[in-house]
Design a binder for this molecule. Structure first.
Ligand SMILES: [Zn+2]
Length: 193
């Protein structure tokens, strides 16, 4: 097969050289209006060839690998006074698996418990390529599951942050259930795209 990033022949879906290059990128934090902190691991430009493979049958293996080096690594160092829920933005499976479920699975640790299906969007409108105004007028309308109420704190997880509106809405939905969002973790920040 060929590496999805550099397209050179490779035994793996992403070659070691590309993986090393991507993992060398620095973490970045953006603070959304309203105060939610969003930590990202990559720029959108470097990770997009990988994220665009997510609908291929082997896409999840690459994502697992990346999640292991980022989300799992983060979770290992994370400490908190009580158990924190890891909540994915709409982890409904598409083509057999959910990319955001892979991310919260990687967060599982002493302090973090992944809660699958905690937030489901009633509105499945596609945001990709749409304006800020369109996104603002078409909220996701999240529904929180009952089992999230067992937690006082949550970490939100998604693959990409763009306007931040989805994360903000997710935070507000959890708040109504009495759950405080500590911060959000995403693979990439696409603010300038
Ligand atoms: Zn490569």
């Amino acid at each position: 097969m060929r590496c999805v990033v550099c397209e050179r022949l490779s035994f793996k879906a992403i070659c070691n050289e590309c993986l090393r290059k991507i993992l060398k990128e620095e973490q970045h934090t953006r603070i959304l209006e309203g105060g939610l902190k969003v930590h990202s691991f990559f720029s959108y430009a470097s990770i997009s060839p990988i994220l665009l493979t997510k609908h291929h049958f082997w896409g999840h293996r690459i994502l697992q690998k990346i999640a292991f080096h980022t989300f799992a690594d983060f979770a290992e160092k994370f400490e908190f006074e009580e158990k924190v829920a890891a909540v994915a933005i709409d982890d409904r499976p598409i083509n057999g698996y959910s990319h955001t479920a892979i991310l919260i699975h990687a967060l599982k640790s002493v302090s973090i418990i992944p809660v699958y299906g905690a937030l489901r969007a009633k509105n499945s409108v596609k945001y990709s390529g749409q304006s800020y105004e369109f996104r603002r007028k078409n909220p996701r309308c999240f529904i929180a599951s009952k089992n999230i109420k067992k937690f006082k704190y949550a970490i939100l997880a998604d693959d990409v942050v763009t306007s931040g509106l989805t994360l903000k809405e997710a935070k507000e939905t959890l708040e109504k259930e009495g759950v405080d969002t500590l911060f959000a973790l995403v693979l990439a920040d696409a603010k300038d795209n």
